[in-house]
Design a protein around this ligand. Structure first.
Ligand SMILES: *Cc1c(COP(=O)(O)O)cnc(C)c1O
Length: 394
């Protein structure tokens, strides 16, 4: 008999009843150190007083109104995002996937309005992830995500990640846009080198194509800049944001330049919930904390500490791990042992980490994780790795 919850997830037998900072309490009372943060969502950990306050204050006043009316919290959040980024304008969604959908519509409408309605080709990269909608899976294009769901939305081409020659061969004036994650998340924590992102910007400019950056996972302070592309000193035309921006409340956004957004006039797009007062109250509180130099400096310091500890972990368990990669507090351990063995052993040691493709485990802790929790989490990973190691020996 089919379970009452559609069985599309492989769930661990854990259920959490309370969160406190970087700790999650299991129903049986065990305390887990959270190095996953709900897959880069709980940027300020669990139960942060400023977010709880923003949400409960707004809940007392007004939960929801329609986008038929002005929503001051939404306006305030858009102003903050525009102030802090390349963007001139923002649209709010409930998820990353919805932001990705809008990006594809925006790109197509842009060329339609420019009198080139046939210019629909969007270049994406192998190993990428842009959500599970019909457009999102067509963009990423992997067999794993698309098999059985055809016919796929046409117009997408996937190139090997970081393959400059393949890009040069594909880039011409039929390309409407390129979409890329500055650091691939699901794909196995694969950062695009700064020089590649710059090269991609130049390649887009050479043919007039729009550059769309999917910063749903790597944005919102995760890499130690508010947005990962800032490290490369380039700006996109369109950027997708979600996960961290709501700190655990469902919220996403598309940010765009005035030029890229020029086709999206009244009536061309909308959302019932997107940018509602509850979500934006939390989004504003997140931005007030995360989008400050002091906070981001501390993320970089913590990232240095964690990375160094992980290098030590890899050195201590060369049979389990191959190396560390990533940027800021978006780190991956490339495994030699099967990554799910490492993750299950970590559950045993009461520390939460997240699988990714390419036999990688992801560490995406809260950006405000205390130093002592970093040390405790790594100690638990060390214990887990020893367990995995024992299992590997004949
Ligand atoms: C999580 C993610 C998405 C999808 O976001 P949802 O909120 O799950 O819809 C898209 N792109 C990237 C890079 C992501 O990490």
């Amino acid at each position: 008999m089919i379970p009452s919850v559609l069985p599309t997830y492989n769930r661990a037998p854990l259920s959490f009843v309370k969160g406190e900072g970087s700790w999650l309490v299991e129903a049986d009372g065990r305390r887990f150190l959270d190095f996953g943060a709900g897959i880069a969502v709980n940027v300020l950990g669990h139960g942060h007083p400023a977010l709880v306050g923003a949400l409960t204050d707004q809940a007392q006043a007004l939960w929801h109104t329609s986008n038929l009316y002005e929503i001051p919290q939404q306006q305030a959040l858009a102003d903050k995002l525009v102030e802090a980024t390349f963007a001139d304008t923002a649209f709010f969604t409930n998820s990353g996937t919805e932001a990705c959908e809008l990006a594809i519509k925006m790109v197509r409408k842009y060329w339609f309005e420019k009198g080139q309605p046939e210019r629909v080709k969007i270049i994406a990269f192998e190993g990428s992830f842009h959500g599970r909608s019909a457009a999102g899976i067509a963009a990423a294009g992997s067999e794993k995500m698309t098999k059985g769901f055809g016919p796929l939305l046409p117009g997408f081409v996937q190139l090997p990640f970081g393959d400059h020659e393949a890009l040069a061969a594909e880039m011409d004036d039929t390309v409407a846009a390129v979409i890329v994650e500055p650091v691939q998340g699901e794909g196995g924590i694969r950062p695009l080198p700064d020089a590649c992102l710059k090269g991609l910007r130049d390649a887009c400019d050479a043919v007039g194509a729009l550059m769309v950056l999917d910063e749903i996972q790597c944005g919102m302070g995760r890499t130690g800049k508010l947005f990962a592309h800032e490290w490369a000193g380039v700006a996109p035309d369109i950027m997708l944001v979600a996960k961290g921006i709501g700190g655990g409340f469902p919220l996403g956004a598309l940010l765009a330049t005035e030029n890229a957004a020029s086709g999206m006039t009244a009536g061309t797009h909308g959302s019932t919930y997107g940018g509602n007062p509850l979500a934006c109250a939390v989004g504003n509180a997140v931005m007030e904390i995360v989008a400050t130099d002091e906070f981001l400096a501390d993320v970089n310091r913590k990232a240095g500490t964690l990375r160094q500890s992980l290098e030590g972990l890899v050195a201590a368990h060369p049979d389990v791990f191959e190396g560390v990669r990533g940027s800021g507090l978006m780190l991956g351990l490339k495994c030699k042992a099967p990554n799910m063995d490492v993750i299950n052993a970590a559950y045993g040691a009461e520390v939460l980490i997240v699988p990714a493709a390419d036999n990688v485990v992801r560490l995406l802790p809260a950006l405000n994780i205390p130093d002592e929790d970093i040390a405790e989490g790594v100690a638990r990973l060390d214990k887990a790795a020893s367990e995995v190691s024992k299992g590997l020996k004949p």
